[in-house]
Design a protein around this ligand. Structure first.
Ligand SMILES: NC(=O)c1ccc[n+]([C@@H]2O[C@H](COP(=O)([O-])OP(=O)(O)OC[C@H]3O[C@@H](n4cnc5c(N)ncnc54)[C@H](OP(=O)(O)O)[C@@H]3O)[C@@H](O)[C@H]2O)c1
Length: 319
């Protein structure tokens, strides 16, 4: 029997792949600002919905009969979110300063979690390793989001507040944290790999961090993990990310080599100890995610090397 999954954020890098590759036996109902069908995504139905409007969101959720809800919607522009950072987290909730990062990343997950609990639906909420301050990564699943500090960007802080709201819900719910997703073909969106490849082709590769620890997520792995997660309805935190930790420098070098592009002119820099750049959010230095729990579902997220091979194809002969 076909079951329906509601997807919020079906036009996102990660959600777009999921709606194009739904788990066997599930059909997708979408709600959000942009119709994913206009971008070539195959969803069974779409309802226009501004996810920053609490009453509209609650009313939609009260009407849907979808058995499970997956929330990919977020404001992900890390430096854009930083421009909305208040001087203290207490200020964030006041309507006078509530920006779109607070509404979409912190409040929307709470509205959804409350409605899912009320209706007894299974909720899967996507999150990020940027909820951590980057002092001790890669992080195990049970690590709670870091508190407000100058080490955590406003994007990461608001995502941490959203996670906490979902986690404290008494209904069945799962948080799936990912990191630096790449390998999506979502219209009009870029990612770590696409940005590096386009800079390489323009001959303008920026200096690459050699000290930042990252565990990039191969986007198709998220879609593959969501099937078993939906089937089990387990209430847990899962990480879907490269089991092998890397750095932006090593990721770029591996990517360019696999694509048969030049690597001998790359320049290096360090993230740690960098002076704060106005308008630029802090990034986790020792970031990344450990993938212990997802292995228990027999799901093996690809290492960044495997993901890169899938992205660019077999290594060039002699390369
Ligand atoms: N991007 C990253 O580097 C990264 C890293 C780790 C974790 N994550 C997490 O992974 C999840 C998916 O991220 P992503 O990068 O795939 O997202 P994305 O490409 O930036 O897309 C964001 C989605 O949210 C929707 N949205 C935002 N504001 C909305 C509003 N007011 N009303 C309706 N829809 C709205 C967007 O719809 P429109 O098409 O209408 O704009 C879009 O579908 C998020 O939870 C994110 O925090 C992302």
């Amino acid at each position: 029997m076909e079951r329906r999954v509601l997807v919020l954020g079906a036009t996102s890098r990660v959600g777009g792949h999921f709606v194009d590759h739904p788990p066997k036996g599930w059909t997708v109902e979408s709600a959000g600002r942009t119709d994913p069908r206009a971008q070539g995504h195959a969803v069974a139905s779409h309802t226009p919905l501004d996810l920053s409007q609490e009453e509209a969101v609650r009313s939609y959720l009260r009407g849907t009969t979808a058995k499970a809800w997956v929330n990919f919607a977020a404001r992900t522009d890390v430096d854009g979110c930083e421009s909305e950072r208040p001087s203290s987290p207490e200020e964030a909730g006041s309507s006078a300063v509530a920006g779109s990062a607070w509404r979409i990343n912190a409040e929307l997950p709470r509205w959804i979690a409350e409605e899912a609990e009320r209706a007894g639906r299974f909720l899967v909420h996507l999150s990020t390793d940027y909820v951590f301050d980057g002092l001790r990564g890669p992080y195990p699943e049970a690590t709670p989001p870091s508190p407000f500090s100058d080490k955590v960007g406003w994007y990461g802080y608001t995502k941490g507040v959203g996670e906490a709201a979902v986690f404290s819900s008494k209904g069945p719910r799962t948080i799936v944290r990912i990191a630096h997703p790449y390998g999506s073909r979502a219209a009009g969106r870029t990612d770590l790999a696409l940005t590096l490849l386009s800079k390489r082709k323009e001959g303008r590769v920026y200096p690459l961090y050699r000290d930042q620890r990252i565990t990039p997520t191969w986007v198709p792995d998220v879609s593959d993990a969501l099937g078993p997660i939906l089937e089990r309805g387990a209430s847990r935190i899962y990480h879907v990310a490269s089991p092998e930790v890397t750095t932006p420098y090593e990721f770029a070098r591996t990517l360019f080599a696999a694509a048969g592009l030049r690597t001998d002119d790359l320049t290096l820099t360090e993230l740690s100890g960098q002076a704060k750049v106005p308008g630029r959010a802090p990034r986790p230095v020792r970031g990344g995610l450990l993938v212990t729990e997802i292995h228990k579902l027999d799901i093996r997220p690809r290492s960044f090397r495997e993901g890169i091979r899938e992205l660019v194809g077999p290594a060039p002969v002699g390369g």
